[in-house]
Ligand binder design. Structure first.
Ligand SMILES: [Zn+2]
Ligand SMILES: [Zn+2]
Length: 173
């Protein structure tokens, strides 16, 4: 959703409290799409901080459904975001680089983009169903959190395997 900030930027001491719905039901990151299973409306406060300047603060929380990195079980990952951005007409007119104020479209704030950036900044480095998740067996695929599968995951020393082959070949003669 776009919020027009012209008034906030141009009227000194003006402030506005807004409650904005975050519309997307999925979030795409790194080529993968994650369902958004719960979300609160975005509480946004826009405040003029001087001639042609404004400060945006807010809070937003949502939960994304991801997969445990080890056992692939579904994991609800909560995000509690508190974006804080200073904007100015000066910077909108003359952006320092392509990334600066990327959430602004002219004098309009793109709330989806602002929150999307925040979600990415807060992206977890690791997603685990529990800290001590044991993962799944590489041989039979059993969830090792439910108990041992009994697979022989011992990998023999390749040098020993050669000796075994020679031994077995001799036996066949
Ligand atoms: Zn797990
Ligand atoms: Zn197994």
């Amino acid at each position: 959703m776009l919020v027009n900030l012209t008034d906030i930027l141009t009227s000194e001491d003006k402030a506005e409290d807004l409650l904005i719905d975050y519309e997307p039901d999925t979030f795409t990151a790194g080529g993968r799409t994650f369902p958004i299973i719960s979300k609160e409306p975005f509480q946004l406060v826009c405040r003029n901080t001087g001639k042609g300047k404004a400060m945006l603060t807010g809070s937003f929380s949502c939960e994304l459904l991801m997969e445990c990195d080890r056992c692939l079980k579904d994991v609800k990952v909560p995000f509690r975001l508190e974006p804080e951005e200073n904007i100015s007409i000066e910077e909108i007119e003359h952006p320092a680089d392509a990334d600066s104020l990327s959430f602004m479209e002219g004098y309009q704030l793109d709330t989806e983009k602002l929150l999307g950036n925040e979600i990415l900044v807060n992206w977890p480095t690791k997603v685990l169903c529990r800290d001590d998740c044991k993962g799944i067996c590489k041989l039979c695929g059993k969830d090792l959190n439910l108990g041992d599968c009994g697979c022989d995951t011992f990998i023999p020393d390749p040098r020993m395997a050669v000796i075994n082959d020679i031994f077995n070949a001799n036996k066949e003669v």
